[in-house]
Design a protein around this ligand. Structure first.
Ligand SMILES: NC(=O)C1=CN([C@@H]2O[C@H](COP(=O)(O)OP(=O)(O)OC[C@H]3O[C@@H](n4cnc5c(N)ncnc54)[C@H](OP(=O)(O)O)[C@@H]3O)[C@@H](O)[C@H]2O)C=CC1
Ligand SMILES: CC(C)(CO)C(=O)C(=O)O
Length: 302
């Protein structure tokens, strides 16, 4: 948003001296205002919510001062139920825009982020077809989903694309967001718990045959649940997701691994938990995801 020319205020829970984004070939300090006290915040056009799902309720103190009738809240989190999760926390009638984040980043400390790969954010609305989205990559959105944005756009998805126009991020707009959200969930259903449980990076899925077989089986169960829930997924999504995992560097991790390495709570309920809950709801057996969920509960046991 800074690159697109906007004033950005970071609402943090602890002071940050500098905001630094590191990439393989660059280190950049980003100029932003940082607030730590919600009473210092004022109404804004956009709230970009990027906490872990379990921290959203804790961040709700910011919503009162930040949100007014013209505000749109973009939920930049994993999972398949962004709006249902956040709507109870914001004033009734607030526009909530779910967003699928195809940006892999590792927090290296307060205000210090390592951007590993990806530049795509997918939101609901617009012309993008699901067949094309299936071919999109972390860096490149589908051609129709990234199409022209009208300067007078009123749809929240178009307005969000316009907001980030001129930045390095590509906002992709898709008509069938439910399928898109399930497809993004697949990128997490295998890699996130497997890396977090093994405490290993992507190479464990890329190169350890038994782990790869387990990952394939976790994806297979999740696809059956997604289809029962109405997502237009097919068996081809297993290979597509494994190709995505193979596209990571061997030492890339996942947000759930980074949380475990830092001793923080993990987002397993949002990912494996969603597959297990919806599997129960739709009568689809998910024994492997259920076992993985139990182990994630164990990892988070205090
Ligand atoms: N990391 C990744 O590669 C990807 C992550 N995602 C998803 O994006 C979302 C964000 O993940 P990620 O960026 O990894 O998360 P991080 O944990 O790195 O960042 C979340 C930030 O939220 C802050 N926060 C938590 N509670 C509050 C609060 N009450 N008030 C203000 N700030 C608060 C944290 O502050 P503090 O620093 O004090 O802990 C932290 O800086 C998750 O849903 C994740 O699944 C999706 C795709 C890729
Ligand atoms: C692994 C990645 C980048 C996508 O699979 C992700 O969404 C996460 O780390 O939570």
């Amino acid at each position: 948003a800074v690159d697109a020319g906007h004033d950005v205020v970071v609402c943090a829970r602890r002071p940050i001296d500098r905001l630094v984004v590191e990439r393989a070939d660059s280190v950049r300090e980003i100029g932003v205002e940082v607030l730590v006290d919600p009473s210092a915040a004022t109404e804004v056009d956009w709230v970009l919510l990027a906490t872990k799902a379990q921290d959203a309720a804790g961040a709700a103190a910011w919503f009162g001062p930040l949100i007014g009738p013209g505000t749109t809240v973009v939920v930049l989190q994993n999972g398949v139920d962004h709006a249902e999760r956040i709507e109870p926390l914001v004033p009734r009638g607030t526009r909530v825009l779910p967003a699928l984040v195809y940006v892999a980043a590792e927090s290296l400390g307060p205000g210090h982020v390592l951007h590993r790969m990806g530049a795509r954010i997918t939101v609901p609305g617009g012309p993008g077809t699901i067949a094309e989205t299936a071919r999109a990559t972390f860096d490149e959105p589908s051609a129709t989903g990234a199409g022209r944005i009208s300067a007078t756009a009123t749809d929240p998805a178009d307005r969000f694309a316009a907001l980030l126009d001129g930045s390095w991020l590509h906002v992709e707009r898709v008509a069938d967001f439910s399928t898109a959200a399930w497809r993004k969930l697949l990128t997490n259903v295998g890699a996130n718990p497997v890396t977090s449980l093994t405490m290993k990076r992507m190479s464990v899925i890329q190169h350890e045959p038994a782990v790869r077989d387990l990952t394939r089986a976790l994806l297979d169960e999740a696809i059956a649940v997604g289809r029962a829930a109405g997502a237009r997924l097919s068996d081809a999504d297993i290979d597509h997701t494994l190709e995505i995992y193979d596209g990571f560097a061997a030492d890339d991790g996942t947000s759930m691994l980074y949380d475990r390495l830092a001793g923080r709570a993990t987002e397993h309920e949002l990912i494996t938990g969603a597959v297990v809950r919806l599997g129960e709801q739709h009568g689809v057996p998910v024994p492997l995801n259920r076992a993985i969920l139990a182990l994630m509960h164990g990892v988070n046991h205090k």
